[in-house]
Write a protein that binds this ligand. Structure first.
Ligand SMILES: C[S@@+](CC[C@H](N)C(=O)[O-])C[C@H]1O[C@@H](n2cnc3c(N)ncnc32)[C@H](O)[C@@H]1O
Length: 279
């Protein structure tokens, strides 16, 4: 949060877009620095928006909520914004709610949708994709090297009814080595979430459409937690800087301080990159 605030260099009169409202931590920080400025807060998850409406009630008309994917930012936001922030992935509220089906720590439906208006669920992928499609998905989006054996076990184990059921099938297919800390299902669950929500497609659209919305001097900051995402952010920012009036502010990727990792272990894989539209 400190680094995000620093790279946004908040102008109290500016218009800001928080593409991933979540629990409204960034949003509140930005709002607390605004005077005449405004915040447009986007999230695909309606529950996050409802909670944030309560948390941010004191800011009244300074904040506008948008329920939808940040891929559509150009349709929701007028050009001329002072800053755009995106903090990718899931929030703790989502992971810790068994009903949302994001985690195998709890038993719940195979859902994993950020936006519950969407038809496709993780259960559809697990129960209806063919074996090769599943193996590719686990390999490409999860970096799971034992993807073929896992896909085979899943197809044999259908119908798969819940998050725990899936985790057990994976664990049986690829037993955990004695020194392995990560649960054998971790990478597959991440891959399923990414696929269910088309997270790479959403990010690509954001990276294509958000920089032109910045006013001269405006900044865009993206925090990602996955090497596939960070690679996309890095390449897109470099391309904007090579082709247009933009500069990359983070010549080297910014990672959390040891103190932040100690305080919040979930931040350990965070990578921040920032872009500025040249005045
Ligand atoms: C890591 S959390 C954000 C936490 C937030 N920065 C805070 O301070 O509380 C990510 C949030 O982004 C949302 N999200 C993920 N992909 C999205 C997308 N493509 N469009 C809009 N919101 C998205 C998720 O629903 C989740 O609430």
């Amino acid at each position: 949060m400190e680094e995000v605030t620093e790279y946004l260099a908040i102008d109290p009169e500016g218009v800001y877009v928080d593409c991933t409202l979540g629990a409204a931590g960034y949003a509140e920080r930005i709002l607390s620095r605004l005077q005449g400025g405004r915040l447009i807060a986007i999230d695909r998850d309606e529950t996050a928006i409802d909670r944030a409406r309560v948390r941010l009630a004191a800011y009244g008309g300074k904040v506008e909520f948008v329920h939808g994917g940040f891929a559509e930012i150009a349709e929701k936001v007028e050009p001329g914004v002072a800053g755009v922030a995106a903090d990718l992935g899931w929030s703790r509220d989502q992971v810790e709610d068994p009903e949302r089906g994001f985690s195998f720590q709890y038993d719940g439906p195979l859902d994993a949708r950020f936006d519950r208006r969407q038809d496709l669920t993780a259960g559809d992928i697990v129960n209806f994709y063919d074996e090769r499609e599943l193996a590719n998905l686990f390999y490409e989006l999860g970096g799971e090297r034992r993807s073929r054996g896992i896909a085979r076990a899943i197809v044999r184990g259908r119908p798969i009814r819940s998050t725990r059921h899936l985790a057990e099938i994976i664990e049986r297919a690829v037993p955990r080595a004695r020194d392995q800390k990560l649960h054998p299902a971790t990478k597959c669950f991440a891959a399923l979430r990414i696929a269910t929500n088309d997270e790479m497609g959403q990010l690509d659209r954001l990276l294509e459409t958000a920089p032109p919305l910045l006013r001269p001097g405006g900044r865009m900051v993206v925090v990602s937690f996955h090497s596939l995402e960070d690679g996309r952010v890095k390449r897109a920012f470099r391309r904007w800087a090579a082709e247009g009036p933009y500069e990359v502010l983070t010549k080297k990727v910014v990672t959390p301080s040891q103190e932040e990792v100690d305080r919040n272990p979930a931040s350990r894989s965070a990578k921040l990159r920032a872009l500025r539209r040249v005045a």
